[in-house]
Design a protein around this ligand. Sequence first.
Ligand code: SAH
Ligand code: SF4
Ligand code: F3S
Length: 471
Amino acid sequence: MEQDVTLDSENRQAAAAPRPADGRAPRKVFVKTYGCQMNVYDSQRMADALAPQGYESAATPEEADLVLLNTCHIREKAAEKVYSELGRIRQIKEARARAGRDTVIGIAGCVAQAEGSEILRRAPAVDLVVGPQTYHRLPAILSRVAAGEKVVETEHAVEDKFEHLPAGPRRAVAARGVTAFLTVQEGCDKFCTFCVVPYTRGAEVSRPVAQIVAEAERLAAAGVREVTLLGQNVNAWHGAGPDGRAWGLGELLFRLAAVPGLDRLRYTTSHPRDMDDALIAAHRDLDCLMPYLHLPVQAGSDRILKAMNRRHTAADYLRLIERIRAARPDIALSGDFIVGFPGETEADFEATMQLVRTIGYAQAFSFKYSPRPGTPGAELDGHVAEPVKAERLQRLQALLGEQQRAFAEATVGKRIDVLLEKPGRHEGQRVGRSPWLQPVIVDEKAGEIGDIVKVRITEAGANSLFSQPCA
Ligand code: SAH
Ligand code: SF4
Ligand code: F3S
């Protein structure tokens, strides 16, 4: 689900923050987001929570009174990025101090949760450390920081952070575009042996139906046409429907399909064990549920899957994919893979390659195993040498790259619907998304941003599709 992306200050909404009650000039916050979409969503909610405190979004850290790094701990490289970025932010803080301006530095997200006060020891310029379950306490934390305290808040709070972090004012939401994320589930109880998420995000929690529907309606009213439901295990979402029956993600999708104005629904990331019949039926019956599924398998060898505690076999996964494809034949499949898990032999790796050949992915993310402190995987024998991991990753990525190109090529000549999302890089162009999540370059005469237009795909480029409007 997460792609090691760095999303600069997603919170650049145009809405003006109210002036602080004390009449001072508005302060500015710069949020830098690492890791998965759940962090992107949280960064926006943090910006929303700070707006009533008089914080406007800053375009650069240099002009920010508050710099928040929303961090990722999934692999060592992701976690270490934070410290190199902190070096840069510290210099900015020092330069601003020379000009008589204070800068508060905060670390949020999964590194904050995993390392807590250790961060203050390693990086004394940091003023506050806040874990993903306590963002709603940010205003209070900032008051304590203003009084001279260094604050670390990383307990998994009992109160519901979402209750206190409603989606922002309509204008702010609208300025973010025609697509939006909506977190419906957080945390994980699966404990795959390689993974830090159950420790950083805590136990699996589902948001109630009414809260989700209200947020989706608010987004739609603000002009959002496509919502992606998020969760570390989004298909483990469960709740009580208005009819009093137990609902799973499938039932929730049927309910959200009835929200006026929402034309496209997506969800990510799913676990193979939680793909139930209602969810598969949603793919069969809901036109607005886009034919795209990110369903990580991690490895193709049953021995390795067992050591990873995935609790499914390669055959279970293949059977599941068959059922999903029977329900929705044009579905594009995406996955995550780890190479070089401890004990992985050449034969185990070949089983992963074979599984990939059998499935045929439209898109995928693959990683070298990174031992994470505190996870059972890190304690296993048989760690694979770095050059072996690198070589396997290269082979796997070559295969996945071929499949991705083949999938893109197969769309050439097709007439498809594209949701126009933003202006293109070149004059006269807009960029939209295909139902299969591919960026599509569209002539601006085809429609306005927010429109869903019919185009014919003329060519598949390296990263996007090219098109001609259909009459
Ligand atoms: N909840 C999702 C994945 C969350 S983490 C799921 O269950 O599929 C996103 C991806 O990062 C994982 O799917 C996995 O492929 C990768 N990942 C997680 N921990 C890792 C580690 N220690 N080393 C390398 N890759 C890892
Ligand atoms: Fe991590 Fe496994 Fe949970 Fe996914 S299901 S978040 S990989 S522990
Ligand atoms: Fe990273 Fe935390 Fe997401 S570790 S992938 S930011 S849940």
